[in-house]
Design a protein around this ligand. Sequence first.
Ligand code: EPU
Length: 422
Amino acid sequence: MKRFIIRGPNKAIDGEVEISGAKNACLPIMAASILFKNKVILKNVPFVKDVYTMKNLLVALGSKVNFSVSKKMMTIINKKNHKLIVPYNLVSTMRAGVLTMGPLLAKYPKKKIKVALGGGCALGVRDTNWHLSGFRSLGAKNHLDKGYVNISTKKGLVGSKYKFPKVTVTGTSNLIMASIFAKGEHYIKNISIEPEVIDLINFLNKSGADIKFLGKRSIKVTGVKELINGVHNIIGDRIEAFSYLCVGAITNGKIKVNNINPKFLRTEINILKKIGYKILLNESSITLFKGKKLNSIKIKTGPWPSLATDNMPLLLAVLTKVPGKSQIVETIFSNRFMAAPELKRMGALIRIKKNKAIIIGQNELRAADCISSDLRTTFSIILGAIAAKGESNIARVYHGLRGYYNLDTKLKKIGIKIKSKN
Ligand code: EPU
């Protein structure tokens, strides 16, 4: 199993990173390809592990998927009807597998769809009850049998209305995709407006769908007859961009991230400024410069446009080096502080109480052997190791490779002393 060995403390870095396409935009758009009659071409594709898993899933369902890694491009061709069973082995390692439910239901509304339930994951329980109640609002019934959700309709899908009880990202994408060919109009309220969901909406509208915003979190989806071909450039990955900004922050150096719309990170940029870092914005890049005096801070995660829960573990690591007492409140997942015990092994002072973390900034962290347990935790531990004195050994970094493209290569390029071992 691959592990990383990082020698720290790294001196203040001065580097530049090319940000890849957003994993969480690419995966739903790949699932949306099921809706199309012919061909979908995607550009700025991040060839991370999850994208390969989604490719395997689409191929298992009957799509033809070609990757051109050097061109960052992917082509998906639908020549035959899809199979209507999504097997457990393809959804158990990747939450985004549930995103095939909506498009399969939309394209084959009178057939029975069987999708394996992914179960829990390291972040806590990750239910699909709102995905399913959303489908019910279109007339699709479901029942659970041997770990598979069986979804079907009697007369096809008919538009009505649905309000999500709380904001859900994949739930929103799934229901939008399910509604695309429904009869009449489907009104959906309290949707997620994360940039990745907006990217999916833009892609679908550009390809012939009819999705209109009626308010900030309300849309109307008017059923269309078919989607034939689609071409799309995936947006830059705001979480990857923020991760590298945090490498600059924890070494109190300078870093520029390219290929990212700074608007996607406006809350996070304000947080970095409040801590004391200087930030320069361009149309598609962000530069972080060292701060003279760093200040502790109180922050809280939430749905877009609040601080992204995926960016929280990165700030947790940065705050271990910021003088004073900081506080983080996590409002999305029940178990999102998995980096804390690992950072504590490096000497960080972190106290967790329910969904709140109190962090007391330290002058010095010391290297330790750590184990990563999920995607963003991997980068959080990497940040700790970059700041810690000595050689840290990080096991199970495969979690990080699910969502960070060329992770060790990009870190090495900006001057981090990292070795990868099998
Ligand atoms: N929830 C329910 N019922 C549902 C749906 C969600 O109770 O039917 C709850 C979840 O348990 C959670 C909260 O609602 O407590 C929000 O979950 P959400 O559905 O928004 O999460 P997700 O769609 O499964 C996506 C990203 C995550 C990111 C969250 C932020 C993808 C593929 N995944 O997950 O990304 O943390 O939104 O809300 O887009 C990552 O990239 O590292 C990652 C975990």
